[in-house]
Design a protein around this ligand. Structure first.
Ligand SMILES: Nc1ncnc2c1ncn2[C@@H]1O[C@H](COP(=O)(O)OP(=O)(O)OP(=O)(O)O)[C@@H](O)[C@H]1O
Length: 212
């Protein structure tokens, strides 16, 4: 799987100039590219556009391709792009296990097969036996690992990461970051990771900096 951006630029509503100079980038399978740049340059808007969630009031130029297919016209749910955000966005009304099951492809049928997939993912995340827990009772690191597993269970074609480690303290941050990046690399998924943190940039394969 390859994620490709071709001369991509975004212009915010009510403004004339694009947020950043046109961006062209090929993210190889299993490669994690860090996206940096000053506040307000458009990093979150870039991820929102790639994921298919950007407000339609933005003006967009250029293409987003997944494995050579232009996905710009596809709705978010048909793109197969996974997201991992700082708030870790586990649904508060679902148990940890049901949160992970939510990520599972509908193609995986049968209650026991789905339960087995969830248990295996919890195991890999070091969360065995926690399927009935309320997400609010997990630590920050546990929540991030659970959110990653939910994202991976959906078998995404690419993953977009927006500051998911920012709330973790330094030691834990490195540990959780390695956990997340190792899983993404092992599955050959291309990923873009927005961060302000130099240690995140060092952990990535390379960094692109958005400029005006
Ligand atoms: N829905 C929207 N409508 C209008 N303008 C928007 C909208 N969303 C973002 N913007 C503007 O687009 C610009 C880029 O915002 P964005 O959040 O993408 O920047 P960023 O690089 O992620 O910033 P930060 O590092 O502070 O998170 C900002 O000027 C912002 O005000």
């Amino acid at each position: 799987m390859t994620l490709e951006l071709i001369a991509l630029s975004l212009t915010a509503p009510g403004t004339e100039d694009p947020l950043f100079a046109p961006l062209s980038l090929v993210v190889a399978p299993g490669e994690v590219v860090c996206v940096m740049g000053p506040s307000g340059i458009g990093k979150s808007s870039l991820l929102a556009h790639i994921g298919g969630h950007l407000s339609r009031s933005f003006t967009v130029q250029g293409e987003v391709r997944l494995d050579g297919q232009d996905v710009t016209a596809l709705p978010a749910e048909k793109r197969g792009i996974g997201m991992l955000f700082q708030q870790a966005h586990l649904f508060p009304h679902l148990s940890v296990g049901d949160n992970l099951a939510f990520g599972l492809s509908p193609k995986l049928r049968g209650k026991s097969a789905r339960r087995a997939a969830v248990c295996e993912a919890l195991d890999q995340a070091g969360l065995s036996g926690m399927e009935d827990r309320d997400p609010a009772t997990l630590s920050g690191g546990q929540r991030t690992r659970a959110a990653l597993m939910r994202t991976l269970l959906a078998q995404p074609r690419a993953i977009l990461i927006d500051e998911p480690f920012a709330a973790l303290d330094t030691g834990l941050r490195a540990e959780i970051r390695s956990f997340v990046l190792d899983h993404i690399r092992a599955r050959n998924i291309p990923a873009l990771m927005v961060s302000h943190d130099e240690s995140d940039a060092k952990a990535a394969a390379r960094t692109v900096t958005l400029r005006r």
